[in-house]
Design a protein around this ligand. Structure first.
Ligand SMILES: O=C(O)[C@H]1O[C@H](OP(=O)(O)OP(=O)(O)OC[C@H]2O[C@@H](n3ccc(=O)[nH]c3=O)[C@H](O)[C@@H]2O)[C@H](O)[C@@H](O)[C@H]1O
Length: 442
């Protein structure tokens, strides 16, 4: 038995590296010597080979459903674990709008905070949606799965896949002719960029390019609306921030990758005729929010009686944000999709100039962070243990304030929720979600 090993040593690489999965009893090369030549077996083997060859000769050309399914499953490490065999049927069904005039939208980052809200709003009004999310563990995946359950109930099918998975994107876009892409997948968070800079490049630069490549190559290029950020204004001191202001002084790598995204978007618009709209979100908050954001972890820490750190500028200067309620932002997203003009290109070739837009989606009403804490104390009926600290040099800026004239004029964008009203809805959700289900916030 031991003599056989060198003869079959070329087979060794197929043995899985993870111990326990490989079952030598079934396929071990050492049992090979037990096989005997058998004429009937040989005949059946030859017939089987001929049958397989005939099947491949007469099977439809590449690009068909079965070919797509094969490549989608086998070439992607990130996706294959949780893609089921029925993905095309589910994607087509989920993407079908209720009426002929409805949209068919691919929402990336669908299990994210804004992605979930946008997907549900679109579905409710009759559009067809397919979601995509990599369910990474930047924050509690339990919350992402709970959002996915919400989407499932609303009839939105969500793939677990990364936007860097070019093969999956190509197959998905060839299978479903999306009229629009709402691109919300991103590595978020301003401060985390110092801990994990590469994750920002991976998602916000490489991932975005991967998505744009898939869109520009499509026979029917979709219109793209995507999430940029108020952070692109960086060290800009002229307020309120207008789309015309300079955005070449980012204060964090997060901001730099969002700014890079805006420039990359312009390039794809210019070269390939993709219709692209960038939305600069201003500190969006609300139910189902992100646990890495201050309003969220302040709530958790106040309830736990844990000290919270409130940042202030030099000489106790106020740090403030133009906090924007998620429902207002969702309306802005839908309006951007509704007013997006068709892409002009086809299969990677530009046919004419295409629409390129950038809008601020803020609340036009900055609120100091200390005031945010006051509101939370009132709503939670708990006094916060506060510690004032100088704002760290880790990407935070002192102040954000959106000028939304352009969005108001061209999108009809009109935020209506003040911070107190919005936080009230958030706190209600938070207490219900973490209270009843005994989940622990991140
Ligand atoms: O508009 C955006 O484009 C960004 O908005 C959000 O960033 P920010 O506005 O920085 O929100 P967030 O972290 O909640 O801090 C809020 C305030 O609390 C202060 N802050 C924060 C932490 C702390 O411990 N103490 C504190 O005072 C802090 O100094 C700040 O003044 C998104 O996270 C980001 O992904 C991006 O979308």
């Amino acid at each position: 038995m031991t003599q056989l090993k060198p003869i079959f040593s070329h087979l060794d690489p197929i043995i899985p590296s993870s111990p326990g999965k490989f079952k030598p009893d079934k396929f071990s090369v050492y049992s090979f010597h037990r096989l005997r030549f058998h004429p009937r077996l040989a005949l059946w083997s030859i017939l089987s080979v001929i049958f397989i060859l005939l099947f491949f000769c007469f099977s439809p050309p590449d690009g068909t459903a079965s070919a797509k399914r094969r490549s989608l499953r086998t070439t992607s490490y990130t996706s294959r674990e949780r893609l089921d065999g029925n993905w095309e049927v589910k994607a087509r069904k989920s993407s079908r709008p209720r009426s002929k005039t409805g949209f068919s939208v691919l929402v990336t980052g669908a299990a994210g905070f804004i992605g979930t809200h946008v997907s549900i709003a679109l579905k409710r009004r009759g559009d067809g949606i397919v979601g995509l999310d990599n369910f990474n563990n930047y924050y509690d995946t339990g919350l992402k799965n709970a959002r996915k359950a919400l989407l499932d109930r609303a009839g939105v099918y969500v793939f677990e896949a990364d936007i860097n998975d070019a093969v999956l994107l190509r197959n998905l876009i060839e299978t479903v002719h999306f009229t629009h892409v709402m691109h919300l997948a991103a590595q978020a968070g301003v401060r985390y960029a110092m801990q994990n800079p590469n994750s920002y490049i991976h998602s916000n630069v490489n991932g975005f390019v991967s998505l744009l490549e898939a869109c520009k190559n499509a026979t029917l290029q979709p219109r793209i609306v995507w999430a940029s950020s108020s952070s692109v204004y960086g060290l800009n001191s002229k307020v309120p921030f207008s789309e015309k202001d300079r955005t070449d002084q980012p204060a964090s790598l997060y901001a730099a990758t969002k700014k890079a995204g805006e420039e990359i978007a312009h390039t794809y618009n210019h070269i390939y005729g993709l219709s692209i709209t960038g939305l600069r979100f201003f500190t969006v908050y609300g139910p189902w929010g992100r646990p890495d954001m201050a309003y969220f972890f302040f709530t958790k820490d106040i309830l736990k009686g844990k000290e919270i750190k409130i940042f202030e500028g030099a000489d106790h200067a106020t740090v403030a944000r133009d906090f924007t309620y998620v429902d207002d932002v969702v309306k802005g997203c839908l309006a951007a999709l509704d007013t997006a003009k068709k892409s002009t290109g086809n299969g990677g070739k530009k046919k004419g100039a295409a629409q390129f837009r950038i809008y601020n989606l803020g609340n036009t009403s900055p609120v100091p962070v200390v005031k945010l804490v006051d509101i939370l104390e009132k709503l939670l009926k708990v006094k916060a243990k506060k510690k004032m600290l100088p704002i760290p040099r880790n990407g935070d800026v002192l102040y954000t304030h959106a000028n939304i004239s352009l969005a108001r004029e061209e999108l009809g964008y009109k935020p209506t929720t003040d911070l107190e009203t919005g936080l009230k809805k958030f706190v209600k959700w938070y207490l219900r979600y973490y209270g009843s289900k005994k989940k622990s916030a991140w």
